[in-house]
Design a protein around this ligand. Structure first.
Ligand code: GCU
Length: 398
């Protein structure tokens, strides 16, 4: 078989496997009910969701999965514009670099935000904030190196500001590095079983970037989209759950403990992720190794925490580890919460073929052909969806 033929049949077989997996009904998986309070009562109104069930679910995720951030916005948070270049990208954008600094009992730190604001566009401009989990060459502010992981020129050309930060500014991606980054600054000497893991720390960093963005008059703070890929996608979802200022959340290939429903998931499972990346989540999460059915939540409920805001979940056809069918399932299973709030959620329940994005409802979804990656095609889809639902919304919308 030709290499191309092999690739096509490989893609087709993975897609069939995905499709077969989807036939496993959510009911068979016995997913916890997003709308049933721990008391057993069900919430039946938007108010019941917002005031009772949502806080309960958020708390369950803090206690059992991502851990609890010891601090919100530090009192001494400071923004220093280290650079402003009005004619970046051949005059297309203004580049700003901002040092976001803070301190805690254990020391001080800073996040270096890179931001391109489109020059031609109507101001304030909507903004995408990428949580960058890949080497900083992927977010080169000089644009000497251009990466499809962050196609800043295309983002700006579509009228969006392009902002990003590198996760290691917040906390290193290293197991047991509690003496570094924000953990060293803010954690008490004894780490509790529900102390924040590194994913929650990165999400906290995204919120500090948001603190800056709301202060910048060039940015439309009511239209900020937080975007993350893989571990960055897990982080984007948690950032959106914890911080309701993000108007849209994009999870690309976030898989295990991201968008993918854990019960019945194939590929990477809770025990795997806790073994290989023990620092990402809180200690309590280890209790659910090989015991997903005992989790008081599942990842469709993390997706539901984004409601009534816009949610976008994206998958890649060859991403067996992440399990696209279970990423899609989270979008389907978050929909009842959107519906309770008078929104459409996802408008279909069947997984689309690759390159057939679902953009009709307030939850968007697509699967791209190929491997685990964040590509220009993915970005195009996110912006198509945002053009349709975020940018055209009335000013008073949430
Ligand atoms: C590993 C990990 C995944 C994660 C991915 C990434 O593959 O097992 O859970 O999403 O790294 O961040 O690229």
């Amino acid at each position: 078989m030709s290499p191309a033929g092999f690739r096509i049949s490989q893609v087709a077989s993975v897609f069939l496997a995905v499709f077969a997996a989807l036939s496993v009904q959510a009911a068979e998986l016995e997913l916890p009910d997003s709308l049933a309070l721990q008391s057993g009562q069900r919430v039946t109104s938007a108010r019941g969701w917002q005031e009772e069930r949502r806080p309960e679910i958020l708390e369950l995720f803090r206690a059992n999965v991502y851990g609890r951030a010891p601090i919100g916005r530090p009192g001494d948070l400071k923004f220093d514009a280290t650079e402003t270049t009005p004619d970046a990208m051949d005059g297309m954008a203004t580049r700003k670099q901002v040092k976001i600094s803070f301190s805690g009992p254990g020391g001080q730190g800073a996040i270096h935000l890179i931001l391109f604001v489109p020059n031609g566009a109507h101001k304030p401009a909507p903004c995408t904030l990428l949580i960058c989990n890949r080497p900083p060459t992927n977010i080169d502010p000089t644009r000497a190196v251009k990466s499809p992981f962050w196609p800043a020129e295309q983002i700006v050309a579509r009228g969006y500001s392009a902002a990003t930060f590198y996760i290691a500014d917040v906390a290193p991606d290293v197991s047991g590095a509690w003496t570094k980054g924000v953990h060293a600054m803010f954690d008490p000497p004894q780490r509790a079983a529900d102390a924040w893991g590194t994913v929650a720390a990165w999400a906290w960093g995204a919120s500090r970037c948001m603190d800056y963005l709301v202060s910048d008059p060039d940015i439309d703070a009511r239209r900020v989209v937080v975007v993350g890929h893989s571990r960055g996608g897990k982080t984007a979802l948690w950032a959106g759950a914890e911080d309701e200022r993000f108007a849209m959340v994009v999870s690309n290939d976030s898989g295990c403990t991201g968008a993918a429903v854990a019960r019945g998931k194939t590929g990477e499972r809770v025990a795997d992720i806790n073994r290989v990346f023990p620092h990402w989540f809180c200690k309590n999460y280890k209790r659910f190794n090989d015991r997903e059915a005992e989790l008081p939540i599942d990842q469709h409920m993390l997706a539901a925490l984004i409601a009534p805001r816009l949610l976008y979940i994206a998958s890649a056809s060859l991403d067996r580890g992440a399990d696209p069918s279970h990423e899609f399932l989270a979008a389907v299973q978050a929909t009842p919460v959107y519906r309770l709030l008078g929104l459409s959620g996802l408008t279909v329940t069947e997984m689309p073929a690759p390159e057939f994005p679902l953009h009709d409802g307030s939850i968007g979804y697509h699967i791209h052909t190929g491997k685990h990656d964040l590509t220009e095609y993915d970005w195009k889809c996110f912006m198509d969806f945002a053009d349709r639902h975020l940018v055209t919304r009335p000013k008073s919308a949430p």
